[in-house]
Design a protein around this ligand. Structure first.
Ligand SMILES: Cc1ncc(COP(=O)(O)O)c(C=O)c1O
Length: 443
């Protein structure tokens, strides 16, 4: 039967993908790996169900147990983040942002956020850049917000507080959106929240990248620093399944958020991932603090080791990073290897998975997002595999061998495969005999 052949082809492809990850060094800052307890929950019957509406007020039958599962996940989130209100219905970080935009602004209103070149996310971006080039950012092209950029100081990879305060007072935006996709240092929420409040601005903090670091009490605490809402993905430094969440500082903000989440931006809210998130949050309550602390130690060590080998890691005077992320300016490799895309491809040939990234000064220097001057590295996933500081030195050495010594990527790949043999168990998780990268073959 050709159907069986096609199915076998699909299963073989998935197995092949798992095999690659089992033998790779995964350094993508926006990714992580879930435990088998999370996966067990995500393949439960909840992946077939709907539960439109709020817990206890559904407009679907069959939700008695689903309500209990969602309540458990909501309570865990409230507890970990000390939030007055939580909505877990957004199915991703972008959808959580969309819900906040529509809850607290309307088309034509002004939002301040960080530009993409400075590390901002496409969901914060305008429809058009000031040059007239179409960016198609979610805030601009879906919610139709006007977006202006927060003044940013590339020297310290952070928002320029004095200039930003002036802009907030002058422009009186409807929303200010902190947070970024290249998020090295805590943002000045505390420093700018008063100005925002004085002019009636809603303060959102997009914690997509740093949710696990905040939950693990190792970064900043935006809800205590003046953020009204926090949006996030649940699958980057927080090691849940792919989902989104909104936290609020006060129950008073619940009504517009609930309305925006449903019927605004979701109908089905992916209940299996609510269950998987509950499992991840239970793990996080036990291991989150130690995990987040090691993630940051690893990022600092990786940055320092790369810098010692001569890589232009940004912000050496500031200790490189206070998060899971390391940003490296690789534009000096342009004539020998190429730019971000070329370096990303070369590393992938050696089973080291990273991603290219714009640097704040790239556009001015004639580079663009397709082949930018930077690479972004993250330590969230490798930390879950039990790697510590000494292994960061080893990874930096692999970068040196490949990019500086120009060693054959196939030789480095063999080293990576050999190295990974010792790191096949998940850490900061309850014990399970299964390898986190095993493919689950039912029959
Ligand atoms: C700052 C920021 N916000 C939002 C998102 C989008 O999250 P998701 O992919 O869950 O929609 C990302 C994704 O990387 C991000 O970096």
């Amino acid at each position: 039967m050709s159907g069986i052949k096609e199915l076998e082809k699909l299963r073989n492809l998935l197995e092949k993908h798992h095999e690659i990850w089992k033998n790779a060094i995964p350094l993508i800052a926006s990714e992580n790996v879930t435990s088998w307890f999370v996966r067990e929950a995500t393949i439960s019957d909840l992946c077939h169900r709907y539960a439109e509406g709020w817990v206890g007020e559904r407009v679907y039958a069959g939700c008695q147990v689903i309500d209990q599962v969602e309540t458990l996940a909501l309570d865990l989130m409230k507890n970990i983040y000390d939030a007055s209100f939580v909505d877990l219905r957004p199915i991703s970080g972008v959808v959580a942002n969309l819900a906040v935009y529509s809850a607290f602004a309307k088309a034509g209103d002004l939002m301040l956020a960080i530009s993409i070149a400075s590390g901002g996310h496409i969901s914060h971006a305008p429809e058009y850049a000031s040059s007239g080039v179409r960016i198609g950012g979610t805030a601009g092209s879906v919610t139709r917000l006007q977006v202006k950029y927060l003044p940013f100081d590339p020297e310290v990879m952070n928002i320029d507080v004095d200039r930003a305060e002036k802009v907030i007072r002058e422009m009186q935006p409807k929303i200010i959106n902190f947070g970024a996709s290249v998020f090295l240092f805590p943002h000045p929420v505390k420093e700018l929240a008063d100005a925002a409040k004085e002019v009636g601005t809603h303060v959102n903090y997009d914690a997509a990248h740093v949710a696990g670091l905040i939950g693990g009490k190792q970064f900043q605490d935006p809800l205590r620093e003046g953020a009204d809402t926090v949006t996030m993905s649940t699958h980057k430094t927080l090691f849940g399944p792919q989902k989104g969440a909104i936290l609020a500082s006060s129950e008073d903000l619940a009504a517009p958020i609930k309305q925006a989440a449903f019927p605004g931006v979701t109908s089905n809210h992916h209940l299996h991932n609510i269950a998987g998130l509950a499992a991840a949050l239970i793990e996080f309550k036990h291991f989150g603090r130690d995990y987040a602390s090691q993630v940051i130690k690893n990022a600092k060590k990786l940055a320092e080791s790369l810098y010692e080998y001569g890589f232009n890691v940004v912000c050496p005077d500031l200790g490189f990073t206070e998060s899971h992320t390391v940003l490296v300016d690789i534009s000096n490799f342009q004539s020998s290897i190429g730019l971000g895309k070329d370096i990303e491809e070369l590393l992938e040939r050696a089973n080291i998975i990273i991603n290219r990234n714009l640097l704040p000064w790239d556009i001015k220097e004639g580079r663009n997002y397709k082949n930018p001057g930077g690479i972004r590295l993250g330590t969230s996933e490798i930390t879950r595999l039990g790697l510590k500081e000494s292994e960061m030195e080893f990874i930096a050495e692999l970068f040196k061998k490949l990019l500086i010594d120009k060693k054959d990527p196939d030789d480095i790949k063999s080293e990576v495969r050999e190295f990974r043999k010792d790191y096949q168990q998940l850490h900061y998780a309850f014990p399970s005999s299964k390898n986190p990268y095993d493919y689950l073959r039912i029959a």
